[in-house]
Design a protein around this ligand. Sequence first.
Ligand SMILES: [Zn+2]
Length: 447
Amino acid sequence: MISKKPNGAVIYPPDCSKPAEPLVIKGGRVIDPANRIDDTLAVAIKDGRIAAVSREVPKEFDKAKVIDAKGRWVVPGLMDMHVHLREPGREDKETIETGTQAAAAGGFTAVACMPNTNPVLDEEAKIRYVIQRGEGCASRVFPIGAITKGSEGEELAPMGEMVRVGARAVSDDGKAVAKSGIMRNALNYSKSFSIPVICHCEDTGLSQKGNMNEGVVSTRMGVRGIPAIAEEIGVARDLLLAEYTGARIHIAHVSTAGSVRMIREAKARGVNVTAETCPHYFTLIDADIGMYDTNKKMNPPLRTAHDRQAVIEGLSDGTIDVIASDHAPHVSEEKDVEFDAAAFGVAGLETSLGVVLTFLVDKNLLMPADVVEKMSLNPNKILGLPGGTLTVGKAADITIIDLKASWIVDSRHFFSKARNTAFEGFPLKGYACCTILDGRVVFERLS
Ligand SMILES: [Zn+2]
């Protein structure tokens, strides 16, 4: 069903019963770092695939539908490799359908969803379920399987089985794998399947019952703190285990200066590690929580200005490979409560790109090609997926970005069921104005 918001944003679920019509995107700045392209070119699409990226539109497309992308970026479809879609189990917070609509509206043609649903995605049938539910949705859905059964940290989940039916990585995200021996076994095992283990790094003995970053601000507010070292001990351990086993790890939601430094050093000595951060960690700090704003409560928590600066430097120098939203939708009952009782997590799919463009690109902290790498090419590479480029012959997953659009974040217009954004009321510059999946327009903004 077509879904439209008062601000002109429209979702068209892909009608896969009909072949995709030929389409030409003309006049845009095509940015495709995998093919070293950054130029004003036309992109021609046929049968849902990229048919040509060229200065002149091929003759056979004379009668094709044309999208005028003048003054806009035309990039490989964005991918968010860290989202929580809540299905199965908490469909009141989000479903695969609404989560993928939010993704498309945010410019994402693909998402990878974490397994901390209810039940946890820890076996073949549950992975299959998510894949099946994702079919015909507004973005691709790639499930991540659990590292341990029930994400309880005790017994390894059947990794081979889950990978065979489509899991692209494993993670116990939301929790750290507390026992180093279990993590070591998981890393050793993961090598046979050439998948990354995605690490939620947290020493819960240090973070226990904390609700925000431990520091001057938490003391003043009287909120129990989560020290930076709770994350950093986890990062240190997983880097050491990756080095020891030779397995490939991906560190989720990096938030501290110490984590950035250790990942940088580990990369320099050849450890097989990639890392991600989230928009809130390079924009907001603990002091922004202000009057106990529960929409700025997440785990790991907002840190200090020093940490924020380190995260930005990590993005600029390539230490941090990926920007992911950690989209964590919650119902209002879990956020409209006292700070200590509120759930951790923020909705991020529909603000991620705007925040990146406003706080990094507009300030010249990140180049356009870096944005495409960190939000499309790298997550695809890490998960072993073919997306992230506009190479002729590949599926036509494309995001068209309007950099000049000024807008104010208003969660009432979200396609997500959630309203728990940390950026409510923020003026942003730039958004996805059109999202194309398999050559079909699945999202556009009509003015
Ligand atoms: Zn996590």
